[in-house]
Every structure is written in C-alpha cells, then in structure tokens.
Design a protein around this ligand. Structure first.
Ligand code: SAM
Length: 238
C-alpha cells in the first residue's frame, strides 16, 4: 500500500481503545468505494481485485473443495472482492459483514447477480442465520482485525450454521514469516496514542487449531499458504 493510501486510512480511523467498535471502525474506513477497496485489499483497480480474488478461490478449492453445489457464507465479505467471482462457481453466495457501508459497495459490485445475498451483522456472531444452513463458511483477511474472543465466536458460529458434513476455512498471518514480521513491525512503529482500531494482529497456528477443535470441528488442519498466511480448515461431523 502506498504511503498516501496509508495516510488516508490513518485519517479515517479511530483509536485502538475502540477496537471492539467494529461497525464504526469499518463504516468510517469504507466511506468511498476506492477507500473501501484500499481498506479491504490495499489496491483499487478492478483487474487486481479480480486477480487476488481468483488466487484466493484457488486456495479455497484446494483446502475445502468448494464446488457448484455449495451454499457458501463469507464472514467479513467487505466489497465482495471474493464473492463476485465465487458466485459464478457455487450454488449461492452469502456475504455477511459488520459494516453496512462496506456492504453498500458490495451491493453495487454484485448488482444483477442472481445468487448473491448480502447481510449486515448487528454485532459479532451470525445471529442473522439459522443452524445447518451452509455447506461452506469461510473468513479471510478478517481475524487480524478482531480480538481473540471474537475470532473464536465466529468459529463457534460457523459450526452452528454449517450443515453436518459442512466445511470451514479461517486465515490470519503468523509472526514467523517475513511478511508477518513486517506487518508486526509496521504496527509497532505507531505511537501508542495514535494506534488505529483496525491495526492487524497475528495468530499462531496453535491458536487457530485450538479454536476449531474446541468448537467441535473434525479433520482440523492448519496449513501454511504460499502467500505467507496460515489457514485452518475443518469439517462439522455428520
Ligand atoms: C480487510 S477486509 C477483508 C474483506 C474480504 N474478506 C476480502 O478478503 O476481500 C475486513 C472486513 O472485515 C469486516 N469486519 C471487521 N470486523 C468485523 C466483525 N467483527 N464482524 C464481521 N465483519 C467484520 C470489515 O467490515 C471488512 O469488510
């Protein structure tokens, strides 16, 4: 991300003492479409958004086997960077996000797509959805912005809304990679009183694995991805 883009994000952010104010934080970061794309992906041009989304869909295919019969839910879908192309490869794509402003951009980008539904979350959790509703629930580039309790809440909720046999995917960055350490050091350089509420915080492989096992998932695997993220996947037992 350019220095200019970072400065713009800093200007529209609130302090880390309010890290739990996820709705306010992300509504503010998403005021304009370009600003929202920057906050979500670090760039604004449609071709790059599509390319990075395709890369993620490949990862999802390899790790969870997402396919044409799947009803899929993304937690923290942002501007539907992934959902827009993924909706062409699954039965129905649901995008849930805590930020209504972010979802207004997603609605614009997915206008006319027949198998897309966007849902604004009232608070942390998937209370808007019934149990056993989805074949696949995934959450990418979101855990770094959440407190640990809220990460786990989404894993528990994914378990509830997945049908038996359904699969889940959650990722974050680890500290022990070149990329992870540079993100950490970038955040460490903020003066304490100017830390923004959306500042990225890492996960360990152990943490992600524990969340999935404690929530009840079977076949839990934690992988290192080529893009230096770590991803945990699991299956709700039949
Ligand atoms: C970096 S963006 C990633 C968006 C999308 N997953 C992608 O990869 O393009 C993080 C997203 O998480 C959403 N978010 C932040 N806190 C959240 C929370 N507590 N619950 C649900 N979504 C949240 C933000 O509104 C934002 O859209």
């Amino acid at each position: 991300m350019s220095a200019d883009a970072k400065e713009r994000m800093q200007e529209s952010s609130i302090a880390i003492g309010e890290r739990s104010s996820y709705k306010r934080t992300w509504d503010l970061l998403a005021q304009e479409p370009d600003q929202a794309a920057l906050a979500v992906a670090g760039h604004t041009d449609e071709a790059t958004l599509e390319l990075t989304a395709k890369g993620f869909i490949d990862t999802l295919r390899t790790t969870t086997g997402v396919g044409p019969d799947d009803v899929v839910l993304e937690i923290g879908c942002g501007i539907a960077r992934v959902g827009k192309p993924l909706s062409r490869e699954c039965l129905h794509w649901f995008g849930a996000d805590i930020s209504g402003v972010m979802l207004s951009h997603a609605a614009e980008r997915t206008r006319g797509l027949p198998n897309v539904t966007l849902v604004e979350l009232a608070t942390v959790g998937l209370q808007e959805f019934p149990r056993d509703a989805f074949d696949l629930v995934y959450c990418t580039i979101v855990f770094m912005h959440l407190f640990e309790w809220d990460r786990y809440r989404y894993v528990e909720e994914a378990f509830r809304v997945l049908r038996p046999g359904g699969r889940c995917y959650f990722d974050n960055f680890p500290l022990d990679s070149k990329h992870g350490w540079s993100v950490f050091m970038e955040s460490a350089r903020y003066p304490v009183e100017r830390r923004p509420s959306h500042l990225s915080m890492s996960s360990s492989r152990e943490e992600l694995g524990i969340y999935l096992r404690k929530a009840g998932f079977a076949d839990v695997q934690v992988r290192d991805l080529p893009n230096e993220l770590i991803a945990a996947t699991g299956r709700k037992p039949d």
